[in-house]
Design a protein around this ligand. Structure first.
Ligand code: UDP
Ligand code: MG
Length: 340
């Protein structure tokens, strides 16, 4: 592959690992250990950028006690829990390196794949996308619904979102800058990533089970994310409810005609009460459903017009790598600040 002129030569390339955390105290020690073992092998300056998404446990405090030789740590503390998508947005806004890698704290995205991702980037890829070959950690129901979701997205979505990919990926500075230009409040990250495009390499991997702690998602949250994913990138549902309306009108019309003809030709007395009720409820259901779909888009438009920031930062704390420490362990870099 051709060397990308935007990347190289870089005098001293740097990479940021963006890790959103929400109540991950249990898994953090293992997470840091596994990362340290991997980063030790890298010939690239590495920073861990944790976005503490309003954790209610001692995750952030634990991080502030950490001093490692292998990497420096920055912790962005958000003012409250904004959700993973907002946390990722914050991470991308604050990263300053030549490339970033997004990964989950729970080690479901194995850090051991990082060297391979970096080497793909060095060979010219702007995006190194990690595609799940298996999902050992997820229940059968989650696997099926997730599969279904990607199929629906594929059908509706423009641009196409590659199936079975999560947020685990490497992105070059070029891509990060492009993402930062997308102003929308509805941050369906996978959709935004796909919208940006750029030369992409897909690597397959086996998704591990969560190393410790518990998933922060419930099915309602995932359903919301799915609706968000579909409606923020496609207005096809609006078209589909219109088609549904036309179809039901056609069925209703044909039914009415057949009853009329039956009465005229066969003199059949029309005993219509049960069929009337079922048709009324059927149509009522379709109308409410259509209204709901339209409402979803109106609501989205309303939320966008408010122009509220996607997240608020409480403070940013920096813990330099031990070798660069110079006796200063904690520096409050900036506070109450938010770029853009
Ligand atoms: N996360 C977050 N904010 C939230 C929920 C989750 O920053 O509101 C982080 C979480 O700490 C983890 C990642 O997002 O690092 C993925 O979360 P989780 O493992 O719970 O999701 P799952 O893997 O079950 O989809
Ligand atoms: Mg997980």
């Amino acid at each position: 592959m051709m060397t990308n002129p935007f990347h190289f030569p870089l005098e001293q390339p740097t990479i940021t690992l963006i890790i959103p955390i929400y109540n991950e105290r249990e898994v953090l020690p293992l997470c840091l250990q596994r990362l340290a073992a991997v980063i030790e092998q890298l010939d690239i300056k590495t920073e861990l950028l944790f976005v503490d998404d309003g954790s209610k446990d001692t995750s952030a405090n634990y991080l502030l006690e950490q001093v490692w030789d292998q990497f420096s740590i920055r912790v962005i503390r958000l003012s409250r829990n904004f959700g993973k998508e907002a946390a990722l947005t914050a991470g991308l806004d604050y990263a300053r390196s030549d490339a970033v890698i997004i990964l989950d704290a729970d080690l479901q995205d194995p850090p051991e794949l990082i060297p391979n991702m970096i080497s793909q980037w060095r060979q010219g890829a702007d995006v190194v996308l990690m595609q799940r070959r298996s999902r050992a950690g997820d229940s059968c129901f989650k696997r099926t619904t997730s599969h279904l979701f990607y199929r629906i997205l594929k059908h509706l979505g423009r641009p196409e979102i590659p199936s079975d990919t999560g947020d685990f990926r490497l992105m070059s500075r070029l891509v990060v800058e492009a993402l930062k230009k997308l102003p929308e409040r509805n941050r369906f990250m996978k959709g935004l990533f796909a919208w940006v495009g750029m030369p992409t390499v897909i690597l397959e991997y086996d998704r591990a089970p969560r190393a410790a702690g518990s998933s922060k998602w419930n099915y309602l949250g995932l359903l919301q994310l799915a609706v968000e994913g579909i409606t923020s990138f496609s207005i096809a549902p609006l078209r589909y409810v219109a088609i549904l309306g036309i179809l039901s009108a056609l069925i209703g019309g044909t039914f009415g005609l057949s009853i009329g003809l039956k009465a005229l030709i066969l003199g059949d007395p029309v005993r219509g009460y049960p069929s009337l009720i079922s048709i009324i409820t059927f149509l009522g259901g379709i109308q409410l459903f259509a209204l709901g779909v339209v409402g979803e888009y109106v609501g989205k438009t309303y939320m966008e017009t408010k122009q509220r920031p996607n997240y608020l930062v409480r403070d940013v704390l920096k813990i330099p790598a031990a070798i660069h420490r110079n006796g200063v362990i904690r520096v409050v870099e900036e506070s109450h600040a938010q770029p853009r």
